[in-house]
Write a protein that binds this ligand. Structure first.
Ligand code: 5AD
Ligand code: FES
Length: 353
């Protein structure tokens, strides 16, 4: 083992708070013995903090209209090649009902930043879905505080807003017309309003360093997030970053594993982007720190158009297919499907420490 790596892993094993330099050393784990030791430790912490349950969050991608122009994303407003769609409120509710019937304890409502869905429209959708007895996670981008408040009153439990990168300069380059400070402000509002907050970042963005990724994890710790989505960059040909190389699956596993050590109580999904980049990516992530999967419950006809990145998995499957696929995946790993909403793990922290 490399000495700095061994020291930092020992600090993590002793339950010491990891410093930036520790995190950088762990993220740089050499393939082979070092990375394997990191993965084992992450799996051990996952077992203690999150147990053997894998929570499934059914995700409905209800609109691919987006007013933003993020350089990496296929839904960006400038992508004229994309066929755009919007699900009507009753269709969103029907998809959520199907998710509840499939046994999912959480429904995630995700879209591009689409102002067509005003605060009252989405509040109505949330109220109807809450009647199904599931937790509701929103993932619809930056909105005024009053709108977040209104949706919380309507019953929304969680909000997912990735910070995308903690490097402010890189953020500014990739997000024309957007501000890193404003995004952080949104995250703070969401916490104040009592949402369980998820954030996260993209791994392998052009020009991103291990130190940047360490800063991502430090920011997630500082924000005290309940969930962190950590997925690899996948270039989309119809975006300004279309010619850039993809992020690496190996680096993504290491980020997930180190995240489990830095924010042990957080829910960490094995992301769809990782499953797209590597055939067994989600399985491996589940054995290296992750404890959540987000199966798609979008009606199949719309799936090909929710092209955040190309070759996304599950595009030709239906909600039942993904349910069966994931049940088999979770069982094959010797784990079990989560029951109930799978709320924050923080309530278990006091008992565990
Ligand atoms: N590769 C990987 N992830 C992407 N996202 C958007 N575009 C890409 C891409 N090309 C992620 C962002 C966003 C989430 C919905 O999808 O992190 O928050
Ligand atoms: Fe959709 Fe496997 S999760 S087919």
């Amino acid at each position: 083992m490399r000495p700095e790596f061994a020291t930092s892993l020992a600090r993590a094993a002793a339950g010491r708070e990891l410093e930036r330099e520790d995190i950088i050393a762990l993220l740089g784990a050499a393939p082979g013995a070092d990375a394997d030791a990191l993965f084992r430790q992450a799996d051990d912490v996952r077992a203690r903090m999150a147990g053997e349950e894998v929570h499934l969050r059914g995700i409905i991608e209800f609109s691919n209209y987006c007013r933003r122009r993020c350089y990496y994303c296929g839904l960006r407003a400038d992508n004229a090649k994309l066929h755009r769609y919007r699900l009507m409120p009753e269709d969103i509710i029907a998809a959520a009902r199907q998710g509840a019937e499939l046994g999912y304890g959480t429904v995630v409502l995700q879209s591009g930043e689409d102002p067509w869905y005003t605060a009252p429209i989405l509040a109505g959708v949330i109220r109807e879905i809450k009647k199904l007895g599931v937790a509701v996670t929103l993932c619809v981008g930056e909105r005024p505080r009053e709108e977040y408040a209104r949706w919380r009153e309507a019953g929304a439990d969680r909000y997912l807003l990735k910070h995308e990168t903690a490097n402010e300069e890189l953020y500014a380059r990739l997000h024309p017309g957007m501000s890193w400070q404003e995004r952080l402000q949104c995250l703070i509002w969401l916490k104040e309003l009592g949402y369980q907050v998820g954030s996260g970042n993209i791994i392998g963005l052009p020009g991103q360093t291990l130190a940047d990724l360490a800063d991502d994890l430090l920011l997630l710790r500082q924000l005290d997030v309940e969930m962190a989505g950590l997925g690899p960059f996948i270039p989309h040909p119809d975006t300004p970053l279309g010619g850039e190389p993809a992020g690496s699956a190996e680096l993504t596993y290491r980020v997930v594993a180190v995240a489990r050590l830095v924010i042990p109580y957080a829910h960490l999904p094995a992301t769809t982007a990782l499953g797209t980049l590597a055939a067994n990516g989600r399985q491996l992530a589940l054995t290296r720190g992750a404890n959540v999967i987000m199966p798609n419950i979008t009606p199949t006809e719309y799936r090909p158009d929710y092209q955040i990145y190309p070759n996304k998995i599950c595009v030709n499957e239906g909600p039942e297919d993904c349910r069966h696929c994931l049940e088999g995946m979770v069982r094959s790993l010797g784990r079990r499907l989560g029951r109930g909403p799978g709320h924050t793990l923080k309530q278990f922290m006091a008992a565990t420490i």
